[in-house]
Design a protein around this ligand. Structure first.
Ligand SMILES: Cc1ncc(COP(=O)(O)O)c(C=O)c1O
Length: 364
């Protein structure tokens, strides 16, 4: 029977159409195709220090610049698959950081509007960057989560008020954890040939730690252990180590990590964790400078904290052990602080940086 070429394409016809415009063998499809498949870096100096193998996924090489590109893509794909988001729709999220950047990129690549609610305490650079990426940024008063005017609640209500819109809800939408079960976990397994003893990383939403933990522990039949790395001010270290819900230390210079609750993303995999390592800011900042000096890696504080924790875990596991972690993002977004003498002094962290590394403090 004759069929108009304008009629909607059947599944087999769509496959045929995509084959007709097949990609070059070494190419991927735009921004979305470039998310994931990051290199696994061997960190030689830190490894040698403890006689172990320390590896880390180079998530700062993701096209949006962070580990959160993976979550952003899976949150959007999940909404599409559930029919919550149709062409021309709106993605709404409450975020002050990397997830917003990832979502803004994915929304441009997929043709959606992106609305970001954030506390009005955030830096102008963050607001400007999101706006440059085409997002509609709405700074709102910084109030606690139990206040209905909190930026997360405002994001949810705004999405509910629109047709064809979704509140991606990165903390409690487990499509975030799903991104790491589907991609980051299998990548680590393949890149190490399954030869690793343990994984460790810090959590914000918990998506990265939970998803990778689930995949690696199950895939290895329980041989690979997984651990939490935690900054000061978070409740998770004590929860994992002592079963008590209590903060360890006060605030931290790290951004995007540390938690005051167990998110829906972390909940299903909390029981699989073998332990936790608390990392003080003085160790974290020193590692920011060491990674730059020894490995040529310009990474943010959460990445540095992960490497400190991986080194401590490798020390515990013993010589010859293999530990994997995550380099979550680059230092560019934090450089005005991390490399500023005034800021480091204000945090009492100058002395934590060894004399021979202080020439990297180039900003006043
Ligand atoms: C810089 C940075 N590191 C680590 C994380 C933690 O990742 P997750 O939310 O998957 O726990 C985040 C999350 O926003 C982040 O922005």
């Amino acid at each position: 029977m004759f069929r108009s070429v304008l009629a909607p394409l059947s599944r087999s016809a769509r496959t045929y159409a995509s084959q007709a415009t097949a990609l070059a063998p070494g190419a991927v499809e735009g921004f979305v195709g470039a998310v994931g498949n990051t290199p696994l870096l061997h960190l030689k100096k830190v490894s040698d220090e403890v006689g172990a193998n320390i590896y880390a996924k180079a998530e700062f090489m993701s096209p949006g610049g962070s580990i959160k590109d993976r979550a952003a893509l899976f949150l959007v794909k999940d909404a599409e698959e559930k029919g919550q988001l149709k062409p021309g729709g709106t993605v709404v999220e409450g975020t002050a950081g990397n997830t917003g950047i990832g979502l803004a990129h994915v929304c441009r690549a997929r043709g959606y509007k992106c609305v970001i609610y954030m506390p009005d305490t955030q830096s102008q650079e963050k607001i400007d960057l999101l706006r440059m990426l085409g997002a509609d940024v709405r700074p709102v008063p910084a109030v606690a989560f139990d206040n209905e005017m909190n930026y997360n609640h405002q994001a949810r209500r705004y999405a509910e008020s629109l047709d064809n819109a979704v509140w991606t809800n990165q903390f409690d939408n487990t499509a975030n954890r799903g991104a790491h079960i589907a991609t980051t976990g299998p990548e680590i397994w393949e890149q190490t040939g399954g030869n690793l003893d343990a994984f460790i990383c810090a959590t914000g939403t918990g998506g990265t730690l939970a998803g990778i933990t689930r995949y690696l522990v199950e895939k290895s039949g329980g041989k690979v252990e997984s651990y939490l790395a935690d900054p000061p001010g978070s409740v998770l270290f004590n929860l994992v180590e002592n079963g008590k819900f209590a903060r360890e230390g006060n605030g931290s210079i790290t951004e995007g990590i540390g938690q005051g609750r167990v998110t829906e993303n972390l909940k299903p995999d909390l029981e699989l964790l073998s332990g936790a390592i608390h990392v003080p800011d003085s160790e974290t900042i020193k590692m920011v400078y060491r990674l730059l000096d020894e490995e040529g890696l310009y990474v943010g504080a959460s990445s540095a904290l992960n490497v400190v924790a991986a080194r401590e875990l490798a020390r515990k596991k013993g010589p010859g052990s293999t530990v994997v972690s995550i380099l979550c993002d680059g230092a560019h977004r934090y450089q005005a602080r991390l490399f500023s003498r005034v800021w480091l002094e204000s945090k009492g962290l100058i002395d934590a940086i060894p004399e021979h590394l202080r020439h990297y403090i180039v900003l006043p």
